[in-house]
Ligand binder design. Structure first.
Ligand code: C2O
Ligand code: CU
Ligand code: CU
Length: 518
C-alpha cells in the first residue's frame, strides 16, 4: 500500500510565490505538520519498503533562500589557514512559523561553507558544545586518517579537536558532517553539516560564475519529517531501517520551499544531496539544460548537458544554468523527484523557486566554457591488485519480499562493521582496481575515505561523461556492479579509513568496513 501524496504544487507564477505561509496561523501550520508528518499508523506498521512521498505544502513559502555563508577563515603568521567550528544546539524554522530544535555549526542549523585552498596548510578546529560525543568528517578531502574525522576521532562533549593537513584536492565542492559511531544519521538529521569549497590560487574561476551567493550559489538538499510539536521525527520505522530514513519535507539550505532572487545571467549551482537516504532527481521546471561542470572530484573536461540530474546521498554536482534569456520578474522552479527503488512513480515537487529579479552582474560570463581544466581520470596500471566488495542484504532472498521485519540488515562482504577490526590493508601509494557487486535490489551510494578514485566501468559498460574524473561517492545500482581505480593514501598509518554506504541508516547499522594504508 502506498501512502498517497497529499498535494504536489508546482508553482510557476510570481504571484503564487508571494502568497506564502504568511497568512496562516501557527495552529494551522502545526496541523499541516502533523498531517504531513504524523505517521504513527502509516507505513511504519506496514513492514514494507514503500517510499515516503515528498510533500510540499499547498502553499509556497515567501521565505528567501538562505544563502550559505562562505567563511574564508584567517591565515596565521605561519601561512596556515584556520577555521573554527562550534557544534551547538539551537532553534530553527525549517518550515515557516514552526520552531524546531536543531543543531548546527556556528549557528542553529547546518554550518558555513569553509573556503580551502589547494596546497595550503590548513587547521580546522571543532568545538563540541553539545551534550554528547560527535565527530567532524571532511567528506571528500584527501587527508591523513587521523585528521579525517571518522568514528575514531571522537570529540567528547565539551572538548575540541583540530584537524591539521595540507589541502591536496583539486578545486571542488566537498562537505563536512558528523561520523559518530552508530549515530551519524541522527546527528546529521539534527542539523550538523556544511560545505567545503576548495579553490586553487590561480583557479579556473574566471571561466565560471564565481561571486559567492550571487551567481555561485550552494544548494544543500535534505529531507526531514516532523512530529506534531515541530520537533524532528527520527524514530526509525521498519521502512526507514530498510531503505533508509525518508522525510516528507524536502528542504533547501534548511528551508522549506524557499525563493531565490536570481540574477539575469549564467549562474553556477553547487548541489549537495545531504539527505540521509533519499536519492533525488533534479530538473528545472522550464526544462532548461543543466550544464554539469563538476562532480565530486572537481571539474569535468567539458560541460555535460543534462535534462535532469540524479544525486544520491553524499554526491555533489556543479551545474551552470543560463538565466540570461528570462525576463526580470520571471519565475521557475528547481523540481525534485525521489529516485530510487520503488520510486519510479514518484511525483515531482518544487524544491526551490527561482525568481529572476536582478540584472546581470558586471563581469558575468556570457557563454558556456567549451573546455575546463579537468581533474584527471585515474587509469589502472597493468597487473593492479584487484579486490571485490559484495553489497549484501543480510536477509536471504534479497530485497524482494518480506522487507522491513525490523531485523533487516545490510553488509559489505557479509560482514557487519566492527570498529575494533581492520578489514584490509593497502600498500601506501599503490593503485588497485576494486569491483563492487550489489546483490540487493536497491542502489547503495558507496563512499571511500582517504583515496583518489575514478570509475572504470558501470554494469560492464563505459561510464558516462559526468562520472569521469574523480569521485568519492558513487552509486552501485540495484543488482549492478561498478569497477573503480583506487589510489591508496601516500602515507602509511595504523589509523583506519572508512568504506561505507552513504545511506546513513545503512552505515549506522553496519554497512561499513575499515582499511589501513600500510
Ligand atoms: Cu560523508 Cu564516511 O562519510
Ligand atoms: Cu567521507
Ligand atoms: Cu546502502
Amino acid at each position: 500500500m502506498k501512502t498517497p501524496l497529499k498535494n504536489v504544487p508546482i508553482h510557476t507564477t510570481r504571484r503564487s510565490l508571494l502568497r506564502g505561509l504568511a497568512g496562516l496561523a501557527l495552529t494551522q501550520l502545526l496541523s499541516t505538520l502533523s498531517a504531513c508528518g504524523g505517521r504513527g499508523n502509516g507505513m511504519g506498521g506496514m513492514g514494507t519498503m514503500n517510499p515516503t512521498p515528498l510533500i510540499n505544502p499547498n502553499l509556497a513559502s515567501a521565505r528567501p533562500l538562505p544563502i550559505v555563508p562562505l567563511a574564508t577563515g584567517t591565515v596565521d603568521g605561519t601561512g596556515t589557514r584556520r577555521h573554527s567550528l562550534s557544534a551547538q544546539a539551537g532553534t530553527s524554522q525549517l518550515v515557516s512559523g514552526v520552531n524546531t530544535s536543531t543543531w548546527g555549526y556556528n549557528g542553529a542549523l547546518l554550518g558555513p561553507a569553509l573556503l580551502l585552498r589547494q596546497g595550503e596548510a590548513t587547521a580546522l578546529t571543532v568545538q563540541n558544545t553539545l551534550a554528547e560525543t560527535t565527530t567532524a568528517h571532511w567528506h571528500g578531502l584527501l587527508v591523513p586518517a587521523d585528521m579525517d574525522g571518522g568514528p575514531h576521532q571522537e570529540i567528547l562533549a565539551g572538548s575540541s579537536w583540530t584537524a591539521a593537513f595540507t589541502v591536496s584536492n583539486a578545486p571542488s565542492t566537498c562537505w563536512y558532517h558528523p561520523h559518530t559511531h552508530g549515530a551519524t544519521g541522527r546527528q546529521v538529521i539534527q542539523g550538523l553539516g556544511g560545505l567545503l569549497i576548495i579553490e586553487d590560487s590561480a583557479s579556473a574561476q574566471a571561466l565560471l560564475p564565481h561571486v559567492w551567493g550571487v551567481d555561485d550559489v550552494a544548494l544543500v538538499f535534505q529531507d526531514r519529517r516532523f512530529n506534531a510539536d515541530g520537533s524532528i521525527d527520527y524514530a526509525l520505522t521498519p521502512a526507514d531501517k530498510g531503505r533508509g530514513y525518508q522525510g516528507d519535507h524536502l528542504l533547501v539550505n534548511g528551508c522549506h520551499n524557499p525563493v531565490w532572487q536570481a540574477p539575469q545571467q549564467w549562474v553556477r549551482l553547487r548541489l549537495l544531496n545531504a539527505c540521509n537516504a533519499r536519492f533525488l532527481s533534479l530538473r528545472l521546471s522550464n526544462s532548461a539544460t543543466l550544464h554539469q561542470i563538476a562532480n565530486e572530484g572537481g571539474l569535468l573536461a567539458s560541460p555535460v548537458a543534462r535534462s535532469s540530474l540524479m544525486l544520491a546521498p553524499g554526491e555533489r554536482a556543479e551545474v551552470l544554468v543560463d538565466l540570461s534569456g528570462l525576463s526580470l520578474g520571471q519565475s521557475l522552479s528547481l523540481n525534485a523527484r525521489s529516485s530510487g527503488m520503488m520510486d519510479s512513480g514518484s511525483v515531482e515537487v518544487s524544491a526551490l523557486f527561482l525568481s529572476v529579479s536582478q540584472a546581470a552582474q558586471a563581469g558575468a560570463i556570457t557563454a558556456l566554457p567549451a573546455t575546463l581544466p579537468a581533474t584527471p581520470t585515474l587509469s589502472a596500471p597493468a597487473g593492479a591488485i584487484r579486490r571485490t566488495f559484495s553489497l549484501d542484504s543480510s536477509m536471504s532472498g534479497g530485497m524482494g519480499g518480506g522487507m522491513g521485519s525490523g531485523g533487516m540488515g545490510f553488509t559489505i562482504n557479509g560482514t557487519p562493521f566492527n570498529i575494533a577490526r581492520t578489514d584490509f590493508s593497502l600498500t601506501a601509494g599503490n593503485t588497485e582496481v576494486w569491483t563492487f557487486t550489489n546483490t540487493t535490489g536497491m542502489g547503495h551510494p558507496i563512499h571511500v575515505h582517504g583515496v583518489r578514485m575514478s570509475l572504470l566501468s558501470r554494469n560492464g559498460a563505459p561510464v558516462a561523461a559526468q562520472e569521469q574524473g574523480q569521485r568519492d561517492t558513487f552509486v552501485v545500482d540495484g543488482n549492478g556492479s561498478v569497477d573503480v581505480v583506487v589510489q591508496a593514501p601516500a602515507t602509511a598509518s595504523a589509523m583506519p579509513f572508512m568504506l561505507h554506504c552513504h545511506i546513513l541508516e545503512h552505515e549506522d547499522a553496519g554497512m561499513m568496513l575499515q582499511f589501513v594504508a600500510a
